[in-house]
Design a protein around this ligand. Structure first.
Ligand code: SF4
Length: 286
């Protein structure tokens, strides 16, 4: 069938840098002396490859002998993790993405300037868990219904967002916050342009195709956002990790398929999917 690819898709520089640092650190150390605090990225194939190369991704900092190296993932961590590593006598290889580092710095600065920091994001996401560690009592919000209950009245609010969130969702949240009684509002844009470009390219592609495939880890926040954006365009959308999850009925009745992929999806996965889908029998005969 006919297959079109989003003009911007797959690996971002933050993920590429994290994988490169992980591989370099493993090569430079004795076996078993490097561990990441959980899977380096939300992609099974890459995580398994790093595991085979000797990177422990179990996330148990306490189990590492002193002198070992702990790899901080691109999502970053709170300051207490750096303290803990120091107390255990561990070296740190820091793959925190520069954009996440910036969000951490902004949160600290907003607090120092006297703002009540508010983060628009998913409180269960590792990036958010890390960023909120840079100021006391950061309020995390992600739904308009919550706001009146959780935000203090007449406060000076300093607002940031999870880097991977969709701009229109963040804009709606900021609008809803601004409708409440506040003394001052300072908004710092912490959204990731890499993610925004993938979201724009996906929405654009949706106008040219009949069905969309969004490739990436099922736990990847930016991949899930991409899938939500495609669904909002009214297209049948499938969020899959790889070709193995494809089913013929997904393309039945469709002529042109679009493919996009989250920031932690390697080119090999995207290319294999595209090639196999192109070779797939025309939908009428499928
Ligand atoms: S998606 Fe953006 S913020 Fe996240 S790692 Fe990639 S470049 Fe950094």
């Amino acid at each position: 069938m006919e297959v079109r690819l989003a003009t911007k898709r797959g690996f971002c520089f933050g993920v590429e840098d994290a994988i490169e640092l992980a591989q370099r650190t493993v090569r430079a150390n004795e076996p078993g002396r490097v561990a990441a605090l959980g899977p380096v990225i939300h992609n099974r194939q890459v995580v398994e490859k790093l595991q085979r190369e000797g990177l422990d991704q179990s996330g148990r900092l306490e189990d590492l002998p002193p002198g070992s190296t702990v790899l901080i993932r691109s999502h970053g961590v709170g300051p207490e993790t750096y303290d803990q590593a120091r107390r255990h006598g561990l070296n740190v290889a820091d793959a925190t993405c520069v954009l996440v580092k910036r969000a951490q710095t902004v949160v600290r600065q907003l607090h120092e300037e006297g703002y009540q920091v508010v983060m628009i994001g998913d409180r269960e996401h590792p990036e958010v868990k890390g960023v909120i560690g840079y100021a006391p009592d950061v309020i995390v919000v992600d739904a308009e219904d919550d706001l009146e209950r959780v935000l203090p009245r007449r406060a000076r609010l300093g607002i940031v967002a999870q880097t991977t969130h969709a701009p229109d969702h963040v804009a709606r949240m900021i609008g809803a916050i601004a409708a409440l009684p506040f003394r001052e509002l300072k908004v710092v844009n912490t959204l990731c342009l890499e993610v925004i470009r993938r979201q724009e390219a996906a929405a654009e592609l949706c106008r040219e195709v009949d069905v969309m495939f969004v490739l990436g880890g099922l736990h990847s926040a930016n991949t899930r956002e991409l899938a939500a954006i495609c669904q909002k365009q009214g297209l049948p959308t499938y969020h899959l990790e790889c070709w193995g999850q494809f089913r013929p009925e997904m393309v039945r009745g469709h002529r042109v398929a679009g493919i996009t992929a989250g920031a932690s999806t390697p080119d090999e996965v995207i290319n294999e999917f595209a090639e196999r889908l192109r070779a797939f029998p025309a939908p009428e005969t499928a």
